[in-house]
Design a protein around this ligand. Structure first.
Ligand code: NOJ
Ligand code: CA
Length: 710
């Protein structure tokens, strides 16, 4: 062989080699290079990916495939037929939110795959890598002979690299109102505790967990698994393989559909997301889930103004009054059959009492539950279709008079639509119901879906309901109405596209403290929620209980935190609507408004910026938020059942300025169980250089308002 031929051969070989490498493996890094995805197609043509952070593997080789009805699976036999990469870096503004400006900075890789056998089907996988995590979605492009797919399983693997500590709740198809568990991955067991007596609907078919699921590795890295932009698809749970430290996406199904999701091509799935953080607080500051959603599609939403609200609500939950006027049911425990005298909560007189309290204490909103007829029937298990019409008030509730009185006192009424999980009725009546709201100048609605979904075979978190919740948002947006959904589909950042999706429940809220048979939410609940459920989006938790034990109504239940912890929640748990949930009379101390209520009056609900000052998942969290417009700061800190000292510095304050700080904290011997209402209020001057230690009682907390001296 002469020299020239040898050179040619080497060139040819190396070319072939690199070509082959390029064809089978592609990588993309985050802008700061710390997070990296390696995408690969195996020799058998199976797509898979790996994720690393700072050169340490976070997700090991994980395969991606789909099973579809009446067709071969999308699983092997793929070849890369094209790929593109690009970079994006821009800033957008939130109409309301945890901060005004959000930076959206990522690198992306789009890989086009095609099957090599005669089916020749195409599939695109779209990766985005951020400094705060990674995401990918599947895109089924328009293609010949394939218009529709009935997906019977999406199998996205998440192959973990260790037996991490996990904060998880069961992958229930109907309910997110479970307590979080903290266990090693190998110990996750969503099936063993199948008895959930306080849930109005629940279905946990296998050992799977709900998202967001948050983990901590032995090396101290935090990971949180979730999804973004859940549209026309089923919600995702994660099926657990304890022994192999592996998770696989398990979509919520539908017996009526005979599968998981029916999709029309072209179709993009939601993003599968992994937040990656070296500090627990960075999980909370991350805006990746929002960034993965499309920009605002509905324009101006200034008809909704972030607000605090009171309401005829807690009094039903603790059993002081009932939603229904007939008095035929025990609405306090949602059980049927107890015939009693009517103690209807939503009366004209009672509404006026709440309006007076709100207008005197700087609270803008009023929610009235039980104002419309139907509440005597709404929990009959099978006969819930059409019990509510959303326009007919009970006889003892003078709708017009309440509206006039509220207007006169400058209070905005929030509508309540309990659908009793009968979405077909709701869709029929939505138009009339929203017209009625608008005729009465009502701009926001709290919706609810208590009970098993009608029709049978559908679940709260399946594709059919995802589409229902979406239709509600779209119809409401057309009418300039903002929606706060209870028993919702999980938040996946859609509020960016539909900013009329203001808040939602989708967790074990305050109400469980009123009646749960297990005694309610333990003190560690919210220090866990802040790093799990809250990563999805705003929460209508309804804080602000001051009468912690409410023994007058219920001896066996109580709120399992201190009063100061309740105050801190206005800052810690983000929502643009925040309830002051307790009864007006419970906010009175020695004949006057409780001194600690001043914090609820003062605290902001719409923020310029947010900083997490201290954080450990499940243990404690302290957050500082700066209010839009006033630019005042508010700090909230909470702890679990362990007391602690929060060591704060205030370097977020502006240089050269002096601020008046008011600290609301646990009294010296406060304790969530023994002495929950002991509190202290202290005034101090604060500057950028101030340092402060605050003692938190077991189950305790603190709140600080920081107002610039002018
Ligand atoms: C459950 C909701 O979470 C709660 O806030 C509401 O009071 C009841 N349903 C009645 O709609
Ligand atoms: Ca009690």
């Amino acid at each position: 062989m002469n020299k020239f031929r040898l050179l040619l051969c080497v060139l040819f070989l190396s070319n072939l080699f690199s070509c082959k490498q390029e064809e089978r493996t592609l990588t993309v890094n985050s802008p700061n290079d710390f997070n990296k995805i390696i995408f690969n197609v195996s020799e058998e043509g199976r797509p898979n990916y790996m994720v690393s952070h700072n050169n340490t593997k976070v997700i090991d080789t994980s395969y991606m495939s789909f099973e579809v009805k009446d067709l071969p699976a999308f699983s092997g036999d793929f070849k890369i037929i094209g790929s593109t990469t690009s970079t994006s870096d821009d800033i957008w503004e939130m109409p309301w939110g945890e901060q005004l400006e959000v930076r959206n900075n990522y690198n992306e890789l789009i890989v086009n795959l095609q099957e090599q056998s005669e089916t020749n089907r195409e599939l695109t996988i779209h990766f985005k890598v951020y400094d705060d995590g990674i995401a990918f979605r599947y895109e089924f492009p328009e293609q010949k002979n394939l218009q529709e797919l009935l997906i019977t399983d999406e199998n996205t693997e998440f192959n973990l690299t260790g037996n991490h500590k996990v904060w998880w709740m069961p992958g229930d198809w109907d309910n997110y109102e479970h307590l979080y568990n903290e266990t090693l991955f190998s110990e996750i067991d969503a099936l063993s505790k199948q008895n959930h007596p306080d849930l109005n609907a629940t279905y946990i078919p296998e050992n799977a967990i709900n998202t967001p699921a948050t983990m901590k590795t032995d090396e101290g890295l935090y990971l949180s698994f979730h999804e973004a932009d859940l549209t026309d698809y089923a919600g995702m749970t994660l099926k657990i393989d304890n022994a192999n430290l592996n998770m696989v996406s398990e979509l919520v199904g539908s017996e009526r559909l005979g599968g998981k999701a029916k999709v029309q091509l072209p179709f993009n799935t939601p993003w599968r997301t992994i937040q990656i953080a070296e500090k627990a607080g960075d999980l909370i500051e991350s805006k990746m889930i929002l960034n993965l959603n499309d920009p605002n599609a509905i324009g101006d939403v200034s008809y909704f103004k972030p607000m605090k609200y009171v309401g005829i609500w807690w009094e039903m939950h603790i059993g002081k009054s009932t939603w229904d006027m007939e008095g035929s049911q025990d609405m306090n425990t949602y059980t049927t059959g107890k015939v009693g005298t009517s103690r209807h909560g939503a009366t004209t007189e009672n509404a006026k009492k709440y309006i007076d309290f709100a207008s005197q204490n700087g609270i803008r909103g009023l929610l009235v539950e039980g104002w419309n007829t139907g509440w005597d029937q709404w929990i009959n298990t099978d006969d819930r279709e059409g019990v509510f019409d959303f326009i007919t008030p009970y006889d003892d509730y003078d709708f017009d008079q309440v509206m006039l009185y509220a207007k006169d006192k400058g209070v905005e009424v929030i509508m309540h639509h309990e659908t009793s999980a009968a979405p077909r009725t709701y869709e029929k009546q939505m138009g009339v119901a929203y017209d009625f709201m608008k005729e009465n100048d009502i701009n926001s609605v709290k919706t609810g879906y208590v009970g098993a979904i009608i029709p049978k075979g559908e679940y709260h978190h399946g594709q059919w309901m995802v589409n229902h919740y979406q239709r509600v948002l779209e119809e409401a947006a057309k009418m300039k109405i903002a929606v706060n959904a209870h028993e919702p589909i999980k938040a996946t950042g859609k509020r960016r596209t539909y900013p009329n999706a203001i808040s939602r429940e989708g967790l074990r809220g305050q109400e469980f403290n009123a009646w749960a048979s297990d005694g309610g939410n333990p003190p560690s609940h919210l220090p866990t929620v802040a790093f799990t459920r809250m990563l999805a989006g705003p929460i209508d938790f309804t804080p602000g209980a001051f009468n912690i034990k409410f023994d007058e109504y219920k001896k066996e239940n109580q709120v399992n935190t201190t009063l100061a912890h309740q105050l801190a929640l206005y800052v810690v748990i983000y929502s643009p609507v925040q309830m002051a949930c307790d009864l007006p009379e419970h906010y009175i101390l020695d004949g006057k408004v409780h001194p600690a209520f001043k914090f609820i009056t003062d605290v902001g609900v719409d923020w310029q910026q947010t900083k997490v000052l201290e954080a450990e998942v499940g243990d404690y969290v302290t957050i500082a938020r700066q209010e839009r417009e006033s630019l005042n700061w508010f700090v909230g800190g909470i702890t679990d059942e362990n007391k602690r000292t929060a060591s704060l510095n205030f370097d977020f304050l502006e240089d050269g300025k002096s601020y008046e700080g008011t600290i609301y904290k646990d009294g010296l011997d406060a304790d969530w169980n023994d002495n929950p209402q002991a509190y202290e209020i202290e005034n101090i001057e604060l500057t950028k250089d101030s340092k402060l230690d605050v003692e938190l009682a077991p189950g305790g907390g603190f709140a600080i308002s920081i107002i610039e001296k002018r």
